[in-house]
Design a protein around this ligand. Structure first.
Ligand code: PHE
Length: 363
């Protein structure tokens, strides 16, 4: 067949090729080993020099035109295929993630999130304070003077004191200094919780040198012990996800509260969970609390005649152990992957009151 008729024919076939496979078939039929264009090119060898001079450029032009048309059509078909895929494939970003779980939320973080959620619903905001404190905020302002035995009881980590230092610096032994910092910077009414790390020189199965507490503070006019009781009862029911809970208020002593009460939660050894009065056969101490001492209110520049308040403090790690059944506190800080996988929580189960604060319960 001659160049002049072959070229439009092949270009027509290329334009008509509707798929990469069809296009490949056209290419093989024209440019393959026994293709029509290849066959024509082979005839150059048998031509006279004069013929070759006129036919050579024509045949090369044919080959180039076909090659260019093939490349252009190939690009077109690929672009069309990509567009079709983009139009057809959909990614629903609202679907739950099915990816393998590689990291988990530590039980301490989980419990802190749960507590923040529970107290936010009661109108509490989250306050923070420094872990490196001075002895005024950690002790003196909380009605624990220099010579007070409670200072020794706290097994405090002190920083070396330089001559001329005004304040003695230490690692806070409890979250109570956040009470002071809050009262000194916010005007009542105050409703805060303060979760965070605290430090004491102590170590065994139930004590680690660093552990976590959560402090609660309410300051307002006419605050009462009954409000403290209601708040703690509501919090404990929500936290342990039980409808009824028996609480025992035991008189206690903290320098910064008067009266002071330690709170025990009634437990059923049947269900191993907090329970109502009828089912209780065990008591577990969960927190310290009381009415804020008038001297503490005065130390923060507020008038104790006008403002009263209650405060409570509890160990977050201990709450986690009670709720999720861990036995050795030291395991919390060992960074053992097997423990973390077993006791950790999915990052996708965010605690909410409506969904149950602990989500998948151990997930
Ligand atoms: N700060 C006390 C402790 O560490 C707990 C507490 C807080 C008690 C607030 C009463 C009021 O043991």
């Amino acid at each position: 067949m001659h160049t002049d008729t072959l070229q439009p024919e092949i270009l027509g076939q290329i334009a008509a090729a509707a798929s990469p496979e069809a296009l490949e078939a056209v290419r093989v039929a024209a440019m393959g080993k026994s293709g029509s264009v290849t066959a024509l090119l082979k005839t150059l060898g048998g031509m006279t020099p004069e013929q070759r001079q006129t036919e050579g450029p024509k045949l090369n032009g044919l080959r180039e035109a076909v090659a260019a048309a093939l490349a252009a059509r190939k690009a077109e078909l690929e672009a069309a295929a990509l567009n079709a895929r983009l139009a057809a494939e959909r990614q629903d970003m609202t679907l739950p993630v099915a990816a393998p779980r590689t990291g988990t939320i530590h039980p301490v973080s989980q419990v802190m999130d749960e507590l923040a959620e529970i107290f936010a619903d009661m109108g509490f905001s989250v306050a923070t304070g420094p872990e490196i404190e001075d002895d005024w905020h950690n002790f003196s302002a909380l009605n624990i003077p220099e010579s007070h035995p409670a200072r020794a009881m706290h097994d405090t980590f002190y920083f070396p004191q330089q001559p001329g230092d005004e304040k003695r610096m230490l690692l806070r032994t409890h979250t109570s200094p956040v009470q002071i910092r809050t009262m000194m910077t916010q005007a009542p009414p105050i409703r805060i919780i303060a979760p965070g790390r605290v430090y004491r020189s102590d170590s065994d199965a139930t004590h680690t040198p660093m552990f976590h507490q959560i402090e609660g503070l309410v300051i307002d006019r006419g605050t009462t012990l009954a409000q403290l009781r209601w708040t703690l009862e509501t919090f404990i029911k929500a936290f342990f996800e039980v409808d009824d809970v028996a609480l025992r208020f035991r008189p206690s002593y903290f320098p910064f509260t008067e009266p002071s009460v330690e709170v025990d939660v009634g437990y059923s050894s049947q269900t191993n969970r907090p329970a109502g009065a009828g089912e209780v056969d065990r008591w577990l101490e969960v927190l310290g609390s009381g009415m804020v001492h008038p001297r503490v209110i005065a130390a923060c520049g507020l008038d104790p005649e006008e403002y009263q308040g209650f405060a409570f403090g509890t160990g977050v790690d201990r709450l986690a152990m009670l709720k999720y059944g861990m036995t050795d506190l030291r395991a919390f800080f060992d960074a053992d992957l097997r423990w973390l996988k077993h006791h950790g929580f999915s990052a996708f189960d965010v605690p909410t009151l409506s969904g149950g604060v602990s989500g998948g319960l151990g997930a």
